[in-house]
Design a protein around this ligand. Sequence first.
Ligand code: UD1
Ligand code: CA
Length: 455
Amino acid sequence: MFKCALVLAGGKGKRMKSDLPKVIHKVCGKEMVNYVIDLMRNSDIQDVNVIIGKGAEQLKEATATRNVSYSLQAEQFGTGHAVICAKDYLQGKDGVVIILNGDAPLMVKETIDKCIKFHQEGKFKATLITSRLEDPSGYGRIVRDASGCVEKIVEHKDCSKEELKITEINSGMYCFDIKALLDGIDKLNNTNAQGEYYLTDMVQILKDSGKNVGAIAVEFQETLGVNSRVQLANVEHIMRQRINKRHMENGVTIIDPNATYIGDDVEIERDTIIYPGNFIEGKTIIKEGCILYPNSRISDTIINERVTIQSSVILESSIGRDTTVGPFAYIRPESNIGKEVKIGDFVEIKKSTIGNKTKVAHLTYIGDAEVGEGCNFGCGTVVVNYDGKTKHKTIIGNNSFIGCNTNLVSPVEVEDNTYIAAGSTITEKVKEGSLAIARAKQVNKEGWVSKNRIK
Ligand code: UD1
Ligand code: CA
């Protein structure tokens, strides 16, 4: 059966007090709306349409990689109106449409699958995903008749005294038969406490025309929505626990899951150990047996087997197996660090390749360079890659020894098996097998101090 999804993301999100549309605020590094879209993809939903309004352009940009279509709700007159704006999208389709809020990122695939099955087996025209709450205030209430069948949803602000006591709430997530939804949607009106077109009124419209509506109660936490920054932090906390648990169950040691921040798309292999204070973001992949000592930020990077990292920042790069990084290293985008390399303290690498077994132990900057294997960088080496106008490239061959406090003025090449004397400023090619010395010769002036000493 054809299945598609509508993601409601047009709302203003006033309580966020933000210039961004609410649904692109991030939870564990990923936009809320993208959790919802990814969930649909993982749940075998063939097609996703996102209803956009406030910040439409920003929203499109944030979801650009997700291959979804959009319906525009230029002004927001309620959730029912949002779906009316997607009529063109739904027209001519036959099957089931899942409707979800873009601000509820905690829903899981198992629950969606269960609801679709329930919807199909019950032959319902609509199925509501509901939840039971001790304090249901703010939510739409599920009103059932004497036989337990769903009768209608009443929004909190429209509830009678009796209805306010109902503890079964509407999660804002639904399955609809597309045809039944399209047949009824024009009957919505806005004669209610908020003067809005409520999607929830579809229940009564379907019931009035003799159609069956089902409801399935799920874990409340999965339906949690975000309306404010406080709720955003709460959802972030739950998501973080969930992500960390998943990694621990896969064989990763996380010493303190309350202080370890791993993005939803990160992959980590077994027997890696993660100390507190690490932020691991984007599409980072960490292979087996790594040790992440405290306080690093690693973003969109591939870390190979048995790498050790401490208190460092690594962005959009790759690190070869058995390499150590840090403490206090900064590896900037497009760097490719080889195997068994040492990148030590206060070393910055930018857009460079570092060959296997090379050691860059301390206080060094390497930018726009190709460095071979088995080299040794003395303390305080600087690749002078910028002349004030453009960036230039430096090439260093295999097994080169770069003495302490060397400047390599780019563009420049240092061939294989070379030595550079400490304190040299290298501006010309160093030929294979040679020693380069590029510094003023030392002059000792005997007796100078006593002659010139000012008493
Ligand atoms: C809605 C439900 C309520 C349910 C609650 C669960 C209605 C009338 N009420 O209420 O029964 O208990 O969710 O959280 O549906 N949106 C649009 N366009 C609009 C209005 C909203 O796209 O014109 C989007 C918002 O971006 C949001 C979602 O729809 O993602 C829900 O809107 P919101 O205003 O938060 O609905 P609630 O009042 O919370
Ligand atoms: Ca809401």
